[in-house]
Design a protein around this ligand. Structure first.
Ligand code: ADP
Length: 366
């Protein structure tokens, strides 16, 4: 029941209001690598207006146009799908948009919506032009998805009552509202669901400069100082992901509190902290390196299927696919082939291992 309270919490927010504190998803159903304390800080550091959103300039520009046009027409914003790896800013944009529009937001998570009756209160509570944010929208069960279609298309729900001879369906009209869906797996969304989103935006990994700005701004919010070079070091090892940058800022701050008279995060403290945290110069964490080593040692460099990898590492396949693989793919350390994952020469080099073939590509290694 606590879960329901969390996700049903509703609020009216206006742009530039102080940020209210509310949990976004239920960790019991949407696993995140963070404990509740980290999530709280995550919330405290979250931008509260579009102008505070760093990077993703093309996406932000397009969202600005969507919002301005919607407000000028006095309309309801079209449904919007945000996709991208975890910690990249999907929830941030989804919470900033209703603030900019000055409308209500309700937040729920796909996996918590087990049946249409779980979603119904959100739909009937939706006020005019408000936003319903559905995190992990690709994990809505089929029956819930089908229930959502008429709500998205015609702002109507069809409720089945009774059964047998007494069965009947009543139609309930809803207020016009906007669904903002977030997904780490756009490919897993069904075509009819995807088609119901008027706008679709993909959020990609951030440039280092943007992460430097995020680290520097958030250091101010945390009332700590960080040298330019230390901010660069943190940004460089954050896997292009703001949530990781925030997390590393917090971890290095701990080291600075203990290791510097004024608590300043110096380059030396940052480097030392990141080394102690076993985050290497590319930003890989222990689990990332374990992934590469497993392909190399257990599967001779690949190809290795996702399930086989998950078994060997005793890690859920979803965690590998959502949290580990996107950055390894993007860094060119692994490739996905129809037969499975293979490591590249760059992975051998990064781990300081000798590849079976130094001069040929991964395709010819095996
Ligand atoms: P997602 O929903 O994609 O998993 P979030 O939106 O929760 O990611 O982002 C995680 C944290 O990273 C946020 O709390 C916020 O502090 C920070 N963040 C994300 N995107 C940005 C951005 N564009 N500018 C500044 N901070 C950001």
């Amino acid at each position: 029941m606590a879960r329901q309270r969390v996700v049903q919490r509703k609020q009216t927010v206006a742009a530039d209001e102080p940020h209210p504190h509310f949990p976004v998803t239920d960790s019991a159903v949407v696993p995140t690598p963070f404990d509740s304390n980290d999530r709280e800080i995550d919330e405290a550091l979250r931008p509260t207006s579009l102008s505070q959103v760093v990077g993703q300039s093309k996406v932000v520009e397009r969202i600005r146009v969507m919002l301005d046009a919607t407000m000028k027409r006095g309309d309801t914003l079209g449904h919007l799908l945000l996709d991208g790896p975890p910690g990249i800013g999907k929830t941030t944009l989804a919470t900033v948009i209703p603030r900019e529009l000055g409308v209500d937001i309700q937040i729920c998570a796909g996996p918590a919506m087990q049946a249409p009756k779980d979603l119904l209160p959100y739909l009937t509570n939706a006020t005019e032009r408000s936003v319903l944010f559905i995190d992990e929208v690709h994990r809505l069960p089929a029956a819930v998805e089908e229930f959502l279609y008429p709500a998205m298309e015609d702002f109507r729900v069809d409720i089945a009552l009774g059964d047998g001879l007494n069965a009947r369906t009543i139609n309930m009209q809803l207020k016009p509202f906007t669904v903002i869906g977030a997904t780490t797996r756009a490919g897993m969304l069904t075509a009819p669901m995807r088609d119901r989103f008027v706008y679709r935006e993909h959020l990609d990994f951030y440039e280092e400069l943007d992460l430097v700005e995020i680290v520097t701004r958030n250091a101010v919010k945390l009332r700590t100082t960080v040298t330019d070079e230390a901010a660069e070091e943190i940004a460089r090892r954050s896997q292009g992901t703001p949530r990781k940058a925030n997390n590393l800022l917090l971890r290095t701050r701990d080291f600075a509190t203990l290791g510097h008279p004024t608590g300043e995060i110096t380059t030396e403290i940052a480097r030392n902290a990141l080394d102690k945290l076993e985050i290497d110069r590319l930003g890989l964490e222990r689990q990332d390196r374990r992934y590469l080593e497993t392909i190399i040692r257990v599967f001779n460099g690949g190809p290795a299927g996702l399930r086989a990898m998950a078994h060997s590492m005793s890690v859920p396949p979803d965690t590998l696919e959502d949290d580990v693989e996107p950055f390894l793919l993007r860094s060119g350390l692994i490739q996905r082939t129809p037969r499975g994952r293979v490591v590249t020469e760059a992975a051998y080099e990064h781990l300081g291992l000798t590849s079976p073939s130094d001069s040929t590509g991964p395709g010819t290694l095996f």
